[in-house]
Design a binder for this molecule. Structure first.
Ligand SMILES: [Zn+2]
Length: 264
């Protein structure tokens, strides 16, 4: 039995928004606990400053943070702006995914990819790591979903993963040989493999292009402001996240424009 896919209906958009906000809340748990090696399911959420358990009423995405004015109810310690930001960003992205998706596989795949990228962005920015516990299951999910897709084939998912991971591995290897120090880690390689399993080879190329341009601009600005030099290591996962989400939404349009330049 196949369930017909009705995109862009108001019901689907509301469900996407509400679930997106809730999953955004869970992403904050991942960002806090994965790099610290803690379990992501237990114990229940508690204030990192005073240890007080977070009551359900204080755990409503975005709203609770606003009502508590960004402070713990018990000890008044400030709660990072990251919490409502991630929740809101995930909710908004899921609504746009529901608007963009052409079938169930793209709906679930796009939602997963956006959430994984948000979590990786926040973790890489703070801890400069990209946990395998997100990238490797993500790669498998991207491959599995391609079997249910009406818009992309398993071959394209596999090729995307290979081009992403293999291509970046070569770039990282060459960079290390030429520059004499490590520019990217294996975490970046696995992350681009995951992105490729969702976006295919052309989506990976768009991702690499966009994130390299964004990374270079930020790097040059930092050097100009004398806040870094050529050896400063930028968390490349942050730029890969932004690039992959942009490629999911605009990759096809960009590739179409690019092709029409050559075949007017
Ligand atoms: Zn507290």
């Amino acid at each position: 039995m196949t369930i017909p896919f009705v995109s862009q209906g108001p019901f689907l958009l509301i469900v996407a928004g509400v679930f997106g906000l809730t999953v955004g809340s869970f992403l904050n748990v991942l960002v806090h606990r994965l790099p610290r090696g803690e379990s992501v399911v237990s114990p229940p959420s508690h204030c990192p400053s005073c240890g007080a358990p977070v009551r359900p009423i204080d755990n409503v995405p975005v709203l609770s943070w606003l009502l508590l004015r960004g402070r713990c109810r018990v000890c008044r310690a400030p709660i990072s702006l990251r919490y409502p930001s991630l929740e809101l960003a995930n909710g908004v992205l899921w609504v746009f995914v529901a608007l963009r998706a052409r079938d169930w596989a793209e709906l679930f795949g796009g939602a997963f990819l956006c959430s994984a990228c948000l979590a990786l962005l926040a973790i890489d920015a703070e801890f400069q790591i990209l946990p395998d516990r997100i990238t490797l299951p993500g790669l498998v999910i991207g491959l599995v979903l391609s079997f249910f897709s009406t818009t992309r084939s398993p071959v394209s998912a596999l090729a995307g993963a290979a081009v992403g991971a293999g291509g970046l591995y070569l770039v990282a290897f060459a960079y290390e040989r030429i520059a004499g120090h490590e520019g990217m880690g294996l975490g970046d390689v696995k992350m681009l493999g995951m992105i490729g399993s969702f976006l295919g080879p052309s989506g990976v190329l768009v991702t690499v292009l966009l994130s390299s341009v964004a990374g270079s601009v930020v790097g040059l600005v930092l050097i100009a402001l004398a806040k870094g030099d050529r050896r400063t290591r930028l968390p490349f996962g942050v730029f890969l996240s932004l690039g992959a989400v942009s490629a999911f939404f605009f990759g096809d349009a960009l590739m179409g424009k690019y092709r029409s330049l050559w075949n007017p």
